[in-house]
Design a binder for this molecule. Structure first.
Ligand code: AMP
Length: 218
């Protein structure tokens, strides 16, 4: 079982590439953006809290995102459909360090997370509690002009509330200020691998697939 973070600026193609890799290598794909959009679409209490934040292009609070990741890990690592009570029971077992029955351990690809250094540190804590570890962080590098061009292109066809002119600029500012330091964090830990993501989707996918084969076989 491997745990891989796919890192990149808004528009770098994380979501597209993570979906392709998940299908090809049978990975669990955890996208915090998708989880948050699902909460907003359901109109859940959490969704109501984060809707305006996402529409502005701000980052949602670290605790909120971590709680979604923790819940998704519990659901995916136990491999069973979870009702509320089951989730609670299993989480308690994890918290108390007791074994959780029938663990299925798939490899996981994280998309859009961690987005702050604090989230990266919190992920380490969550992993250590579950006796898991991060195996690789793959950064998809794309220059700023190309990022802006891609987000505009996506804005023309998507119905994402945060794909508009003012928000796009703000999301890139949030990225520079809060997310870019995550790269240095992982560079220091020796987990970072960078690839060129400036070309076609298929080119980037070929590079990523070669890399994934090595990581998964290791
Ligand atoms: P994405 O789909 O990854 O581009 O995320 C869309 C929006 O969801 C972001 O602009 C943030 O408002 C929010 N979001 C997604 N992931 C995170 C995260 N890890 N931390 C904070 N906010 C997030």
């Amino acid at each position: 079982m491997k745990n891989i973070v796919l890192y990149g600026a808004p528009g770098a193609g994380k979501g597209t590439q993570a979906s392709l890799l998940a299908e090809k290598f049978n990975l669990v794909h955890l996208s915090t953006g998708e989880m948050l959009r699902a909460e907003v679409a359901q109109g859940s209490p959490l969704g109501l809290r984060v809707k305006a934040i996402m529409e502005r292009g701000d980052l949602v609070g670290d605790e909120v995102v971590l709680s979604l990741i923790d819940k998704a890990l519990t659901a995916n690592l136990t491999g069973e459909p979870l009702d509320e009570w089951d989730t609670h029971r299993r989480q308690r077992a994890i918290d108390e360090g007791r074994p959780v029955a029938e663990r299925i351990v798939p490899s996981i690809i994280f998309d859009g997370f961690p987005r702050t250094v604090q989230q990266a540190q919190m992920l380490e804590f969550v992993f250590s509690r579950r006796r898991m570890k991060l195996d690789a962080v793959i950064s998809i590098d794309v220059n700023r002009d190309e990022l802006i061009r891609r987000i505009h292109e996506r804005a023309a066809i998507s119905n994402r509330a945060d794909d508009n002119e003012a928000t796009i600029r703000h999301r890139l500012e949030e990225y520079e200020e809060k997310t870019r330091p995550v790269l240095d964090y992982y560079k220091v830990s020796g987990l970072l691998i960078s690839i060129d993501g400036g070309g076609e989707i298929s080119e980037t996918n070929t590079r990523l697939s070669t890399l994934m084969e090595h990581i998964l076989a290791d």
